[in-house]
Write a protein that binds this ligand. Structure first.
Ligand SMILES: Cc1cc2nc3c(=O)[nH]c(=O)nc-3n(C[C@H](O)[C@H](O)[C@H](O)COP(=O)(O)OP(=O)(O)OC[C@H]3O[C@@H](n4cnc5c(N)ncnc54)[C@H](O)[C@@H]3O)c2cc1C
Length: 470
């Protein structure tokens, strides 16, 4: 591609001095994300300023060269994997926290700021940025916004998009726009913040984000409830959510997932149980948290828990959350690959989906550990596999499709937080229907008439679900 675009490398080098990679050994690192897809880009450009991003877009537009924006490459739907000869536009060097304002309670950050870094900085000032993807140490705010990422605490506090007050975005042709502002309320015009949030890099490159901050709750506690039947755990979740108590998090971890965690770094999880629930509660009054934990314990017992262990101090709580965050790498030790799903269903349907996923695993002779942010119905059935085994991958594809179909039938959606990317695009019509998908296409065509932004993502290739292959 570089050879057939004379002057491209020189133009980019002039626009982004010292920020253009062309050596194969450098490019390999930009060809994959957290999925098993791989496509080495022909070229990577790493701008440091919005002016440089805009210049890259203008050069790409003039030459009809596709661009795949990339933050930290931790995505789980293939979104940052460059297709169709795309160059990669990485924002990792745009990693400055520009402002933390304690009066307005906002943070202004460049797109490449790591989530955990921002959390640590705002917490030093008694402030709080709730969205906490398990990848918080290896994902950036730009990637979080582009995927509208969630996390454990999003049950109580909402997802990334609920904290986006303003965005600076470079449109495909290089035009720089700002949308939103510093006010909590803002209904002036179409809500373009929401449009670019979760657009997975298909409409433009996000360069700067203004985020809403909260005051940090003074206390946080965690507890684990142990169940001999995962069904009981699912019913306990529904009961807690209907009780008026709003935990900061309710996470499900099933037996196979616990075994993977314990093989990876043991913390003494109950391996004879079918599933555990990890509950988080937080707030400013310790007495209220104790009451909430008592209600959770009572409801868990009414729904068959055999034991509730309340973490006695912050260190014990942190061990539980660290174990939860270690699931993805722990699964990677069991089989070479995994297809990580991210379906989301209404609370009423949680137990039924859990039952169906287990039936699908048995029917296709696959290991599907089940975990997720169960309080908000967001489940991550991960299909363990070996991508070099064609026969197994064919079964994985059939099982993945069956999970999507069950989810939609139960009133749920394909993705709660990981996005569609490459992995789920063939199922978009199943979830949205043809008319809504057609509206999305019109928006895409209006903003990106040349189709240069992150091609091959989100929109299905011809053939729909029948064309789904891994
Ligand atoms: C161990 C592990 C745990 C995870 N846990 C969670 C979780 O709990 N919750 C959750 O939501 N996700 C989770 N994820 C998925 C992933 O971390 C998130 O989707 C995250 O938001 C991706 O951020 P990133 O910086 O790595 O983005 P990337 O992977 O680099 O990019 C993701 C998408 O955003 C686009 N993009 C990136 N930067 C920009 C930009 N500046 N402008 C426009 N588009 C852009 C890319 O084109 C791509 O489509 C997890 C991943 C791993 C590996």
């Amino acid at each position: 591609m570089i050879d057939s675009a004379p002057g491209l490398v020189e133009a980019l080098r002039a626009a982004v001095p010292g920020g253009v990679l062309t050596e194969p050994v450098d490019l390999i690192a930009y060809g994959f994300d957290g999925t098993f897809y791989e496509r080495t880009p022909p070229l990577v450009v790493l701008p440091e300023t919005v002016e440089q991003v805009s210049a890259v877009h203008r050069i790409a537009t003039a030459r009809r060269i596709p661009i795949t924006p990339r933050a930290m490459g931790s995505g789980l739907s293939g979104g940052a994997v460059p297709l169709a000869g795309s160059i990669v536009l990485g924002v990792a060097r745009m990693d400055r926290i520009l402002e933390i304002d304690e009066i307005d309670r906002v943070a202004v950050v460049q797109a490449g700021v790591i989530n955990a870094h921002l959390q640590a900085e705002v917490e030093k000032r008694g402030l709080f940025y709730p969205p906490d993807p398990s990848s918080l140490k290896q994902s950036a705010i730009g990637g979080n916004v582009a995927e509208n990422a969630g996390g454990a605490r999003c049950l109580k506090y909402g997802v990334t998009g609920d904290y986006v007050l303003a965005l600076q975005v470079v449109l495909p042709d290089g035009t720089v726009i700002r949308t939103g502002g510093r006010t909590v309320k803002n209904v002036t015009g179409y809500d373009l913040r929401r449009l670019f949030t979760g657009a997975e890099g298909t409409l433009g490159t996000i360069t700067e984000i203004t985020l809403k901050l909260l005051a940090k709750p003074k206390h946080a506690r965690a507890a684990m409830a142990v169940f001999d039947r995962i069904d009981d755990a699912a019913h306990a979740v529904t009961a807690v959510m209907a009780s008026g108590v709003l935990p900061s998090a309710i996470e499900l971890v099933d037996n196979l997932t616990m075994r993977c965690i314990e093989e990876n770094s043991p913390i003494g999880l109950p391996l004879d149980a079918d599933a555990i629930l990890i509950f988080g509660v937080d707030g400013n009054y310790a007495g209220v948290l104790a009451d909430e934990l008592a209600t959770i314990e009572r409801l868990a017992r009414e729904h068959g828990t055999r034991e509730v262990r309340v973490a006695h101090d912050a260190a014990e709580s942190e061990r539980l959350w660290t174990a939860r965050r270690s699931i993805s790498p722990a699964l990677a030790r069991r089989r070479p690959n995994k297809l990580g799903e991210d379906v989301c269903i209404p609370p009423r349907a949680i137990a039924e989906l859990v039952r169906r996923v287990r039936a699908i695993a048995a029917e296709h002779a696959l290991e599907i550990p089940l975990f997720g942010h169960i309080g908000d119905g967001n489940l991550h059935p991960n299909i363990l596999c070996d991508k070099t085994n064609a026969e197994e991958m064919a079964r994985v594809a059939v099982a993945a499709r069956a999970i999507f179909e069950a989810t939609v039938e139960l009133g749920g959606t394909l993705s709660g937080e990981h996005g569609i990317g490459l992995l789920k695009k063939q199922f978009m019509e199943l979830d949205l229907g043809p008319d809504t998908l057609a509206v999305m296409r019109k928006i895409k065509d209006a903003l990106d008439p040349l189709g240069i932004m992150n091609p091959g993502k989100v929109f299905p290739d011809p053939g729909g679900m029948e064309a789904f292959r891994l």
